[in-house]
Design a protein around this ligand. Structure first.
Ligand SMILES: C[S@@+](CC[C@H](N)C(=O)[O-])C[C@H]1O[C@@H](n2cnc3c(N)ncnc32)[C@H](O)[C@@H]1O
Length: 282
């Protein structure tokens, strides 16, 4: 531990908590979801989002999620005393996010005007126009998770099977052609997804971090290194600051390739860290 006073310019953590977060992997098994957010096919846990927000910001700073889903980042920001803005394409998820945020504010005893947690319905592929119409303060941190390409359209996944049989749960995010999860060409998907973060750069304060939670994906036996390809593309614009690996160890193992070939049960995600620093081209 440092002997001199700990001058913490990034967050409000004590040195011990800071060090704990710097480990490059962690296990986080999502707690059960609240009933009305079950409709959404792929949300990340608020408890996980809160740890990231509390590392990469100080109290009162501004967090942004351009693909906000049912609002986990906004809820986590409220719990940590940060302001948060999110964009979501599907109006039904945007409405759920609004309800979730209102409930969280009342559970935390926060008045309506204490911390901002605002969901902006719209298309993140047009983030510049969207934020011109809904101005937000300079952003200190971006935390998000995009659709994992068009993987929700894959017919084999067990989770998808359960969803197809339920009237209350969505299999895909939407039918909207602007939905990143409906882009079937891999290169186009990477380029459009990267375009959102490139367009966001002027809205971020200098030295702001971005965390993007993604996975490499497998389709018809072929690996598409989505996490690595996105990291490589965004390195042209931001500084890549390594990854933190999120592992889940409560998933049922499937006997893929048993007795025949190596096929992993992929129970980890990459939390890719980027920073806006130095001179990189816009
Ligand atoms: C992996 S989910 C995010 C889940 C979110 N982190 C949560 O915990 O609820 C990705 C979200 O991106 C949204 N999305 C897809 N394309 C979009 C676009 N062009 N603009 C805005 N949102 C989009 C989907 O509707 C989906 O809710």
């Amino acid at each position: 531990m440092p002997k001199r006073p700990f001058n913490n310019r990034l967050n409000d953590l004590a040195p011990k908590e800071w060090l704990k977060f710097q480990k490059s992997w962690f296990i986080h098994n999502p707690p059960p979801r609240r009933k009305y957010v079950l409709r959404h096919p792929a949300k990340f846990p608020e408890t996980l989002a809160q740890e990231f927000i509390e590392f990469f910001t100080k109290k009162g700073q501004v967090v942004f999620d351009p693909l906000a889903g049912t609002g986990s980042t906004l809820v986590a920001a409220l719990r940590s005393g940060r302001h948060c803005y999110g964009v979501e394409l599907n109006p039904a998820y945007a409405e759920i996010a609004r309800q979730v945020v209102a409930e969280e504010k009342s559970a935390l005893g926060l008045s309506a005007d204490s911390f901002t947690a605002e969901i902006i319905p719209g298309n993140a592929l047009e983030i510049i126009n969207l934020l011109a119409a809904h101005p937000i303060p300079p952003v200190n941190y971006v935390l998000t998770s995009p659709p994992y390409w068009d993987m929700l359209h894959a017919s084999g996944a067990q989770t998808q099977k359960a969803r197809r049989e339920s009237a209350e749960m969505d299999v895909f995010y939407s039918d909207d052609p602007n939905d990143l999860g409906n882009i079937h060409d891999y290169d186009e998907f990477i380029e459009k997804l990267a375009g959102i973060f490139i367009a966001l750069k002027p809205f971020l304060v200098d030295n702001a971090y971005l965390t993007i939670i993604v996975k490499n994906v497998k389709k018809k036996g072929k690996i598409y290194p989505l996490a690595w390809d996105l990291a490589k593309r965004l390195c042209e614009i931001y500084s890549l600051k390594d990854e933190k690996i999120w592992a889940q160890d409560n998933q049922r193992l499937a006997p893929y390739g048993l007795g025949n070939a190596w096929v992993s049960n992929t129970f980890h995600h990459y939390c890719l860290q980027f920073r806006k620093e130095g001179e990189k081209r816009e």
